[in-house]
Design a protein around this ligand. Sequence first.
Ligand code: GLN
Length: 193
Amino acid sequence: MSRRVGVLALQGAFEAHQHVLRGLGAESTQVRTPSDLELVDALVMPGGESTTMSHLLQTCGLFDAIDSRLQQGMPVFGTCAGMILLAKGVLDGRSDQRSFSAIDIDVRRNAYGRQIDSFETDIAVDGLAEDFHAVFIRAPQISRIGSEVEVLARHKESAVLARQGSVMVASFHPELTNDARIHSMFIGLLQEV
Ligand code: GLN
């Protein structure tokens, strides 16, 4: 059965995600309102600026709508700022920044430091035969991982790709490389739930 994958389209790198999802044959729509959300079976939260996204989510009424879908088990994939939005704890965030607590991790915003604000590196990913070229842009670092969370990839000790049930997060941007394998893992997860 084909599943509709929404991409949160308030701000940030949402179009690149749609491009990858469509390349995989998934039906992908932009989510900007609670009624857009009703039409999708799963959601991708893109990179961008988590403080801005948190603010926009609240002003457009999507925060509570997404929160209740997440509690019902809607599969979700958060990349970079999207990962921050899904985390339980956010370090170095703004005091009014909210997150969904959908995965038992804490993240530190912009933790990779100024000089290396952005960098690219090849990482080994569980279940993929060959390394994945990962692009990190002012990336958050996972600073705590709960026991229920499965780590799927690391970069220098830190987890950079993780999953808890139907929630998947990446601290990098898998939509920016011409490689759909991580999105394909997410689509695979939709078939499981
Ligand atoms: N630093 C951004 C934030 O805190 C995340 C960066 C990104 O998504 N590329 O939201």
